[in-house]
Ligand binder design. Sequence first.
Ligand SMILES: *[C@@H]1O[C@H](CO)[C@@H](O)[C@H](O)[C@H]1NC(C)=O
Ligand SMILES: *[C@@H]1O[C@H](CO)[C@@H](O)[C@H](O)[C@H]1NC(C)=O
Ligand SMILES: *[C@@H]1O[C@H](CO)[C@@H](O)[C@H](O)[C@H]1NC(C)=O
Ligand SMILES: [Zn+2]
Ligand SMILES: [Zn+2]
Length: 595
Amino acid sequence: MVSSRFLLCLLPLVGVVIATADFELAKDGFVHYIKTGEKPPPVSYKIPHVFREDMEKAYDNDEICTLCAAVFTAVVDERLHGMTKEQLVETVQYICLALEIENERVCHGAISLNADILIYIVDNYPDIKPERLCGSVLQSFGCPTGDGFEWTIDIATGNAAERPELNDDSTGSFNILQLSDIHYDPYYKVNGVADCGEPICCQEDQGEATAEQAACGYWTDYAMADAPWYLVEETVRQTNTQDFDYVYYTGDIISHRVWQTTVENNTETIAKLYTFFKESYDVPVFPIFGNHEPHPLNVWPDDEQLQDESLSVKWLFKLAAEQWSDLIGQDVTETVLKGGYYSASPRPGFRVIGVNGNLCYTDNWWLIYDDVDPFQQLQWLADTLKLAEEAKESVHILTHVPTGSGSCLSVWSREYRRIIERFATTITGQFNGHTHRDEFHVYYNSSAPTQAIGVAYNGASVTPYSNSNPSYKIYSIDDTVFTLLDYEEWTFNLTLANSRPTTETPEWFKLYSFVEAYGVNNLQASEVDKVLYKMAEDHSLLDDYFRFKFRDGDAGIQGGCDEACQREILCDVAKAQFGDYTQCNYFTELYGEGK
Ligand SMILES: *[C@@H]1O[C@H](CO)[C@@H](O)[C@H](O)[C@H]1NC(C)=O
Ligand SMILES: *[C@@H]1O[C@H](CO)[C@@H](O)[C@H](O)[C@H]1NC(C)=O
Ligand SMILES: *[C@@H]1O[C@H](CO)[C@@H](O)[C@H](O)[C@H]1NC(C)=O
Ligand SMILES: [Zn+2]
Ligand SMILES: [Zn+2]
């Protein structure tokens, strides 16, 4: 989830709206400091937590882009003139603290973890332009991209294949469990400090809440908190009271204590969860990576260009290669070692493709070094789908980061959508995680903008981070064409669970089924398209969607969803490629005529 965004600010460093004079003063002061080591007088404005969840909306984008470029240019220049790693860390940390982006240990930890990467990139790409960094990492701020970030992959010509229709009187189906974003926290502290000021609260080393402070609940907390192990166990226990043939785990295992990861500790946590899945589920489990699995988080260097072993992410691919084949029940070693992706067919006519969608995440700032189809994954995806089409298979795609979001690199998002369009009939389901919200996004045909051709469903999250009730989804799948018939979302009321004796298990309940809530026949794109028209007309459906996003989490829904919020939701569900607002505009216009 976006909370980790504060990490990237450590290099770009951002500006604020305020008065232009203040902004210029700060920018010039920091540049002077980078060049001379002379600290500027204290800056009069602060941008606390600017890169946390949705914070970018409050700031002036042009200033942010300008400051990013100025600071990056100065840092690169100094590095080329001999700035040491220690000086670089100290400099960037000073600016991080001066702007109150995070506190000392968080600024320092995050910068230290990322410094070697910056140094590697600058040393090996000395004429790098600031647009490379600011245009990608700050894509959601609309910073200019300059040259580059433009490539295409080869997709087999032709139209999407003719496929058998979902038969209305087909009765055969099976279930799939989707779990997402557990974010297991080994340091969760019951009665810890809920409003801690750091990117993750309820930590052992943040002390005990005083009488005046909000205290972290037993099961977990609506605060910026993750999942204690017993919540993971409880969730898995609960899911096992239901029937399913497969499990999809759509990524993010590590907690939001992002400034203090190590390879050893990530390895231990990741292995612990996979082992627990293996012990708990007697059906195949299909995992994919989340952006939190690497050390430091978000970054995926392609070893083919990398001269420095210590920065490599190979350790993670090796770990997954060992564990995933076992969980899936098929050998997926080769492609997992290559780039953390795979293809497996659990029954005739049906294929599951695990995509490492974190490669498009703009916080993966190796993209500034080389953004061209990292790990050749999209080319592999197009080729693999072509084979599936020829074999008349139906395919489910799992990928962590939703492709329509501002934090999926534009060119990657566009090429992914080209693939989705070309193989629209072969792909019968897409599954995301990452946002921790229960949501979906509809893909429309770029040549026929009112034709819906695909839907990506988000598994929401087990972690409450933040303001949500823990949840999971159970999909029913047609067993001949493998389209999605319906899903149920299961959750429990965290306020209620935390108010009861800790010996009592939470009261899980079915929050809704998609077909019941939205009054359609199934989850195919053409049916979900009808839901968007209904939402534009009947705004109470947008209120429902809003509640579902947080799974009725008290802290999430308390403010309700006003008109601006409803329009944002409608726009969001109609958007699956970053930068393409065609359907967003279309439906929000219809919204104006609805009630
Ligand atoms: C790694 O895990 C060990 C054992 O839980 C813990 O003592 C240590 O503090 C962790 N290291 C970091 C950097 O968090
Ligand atoms: C998208 O629209 C074009 C133009 O109408 C059509 O040729 C193509 O088959 C459509 N794609 C799908 C997946 O239906
Ligand atoms: C959750 O439970 C609490 C405590 O019983 C209750 O006050 C609250 O209204 C419940 N939330 C919802 C959304 O039902
Ligand atoms: Zn997550
Ligand atoms: Zn994520």
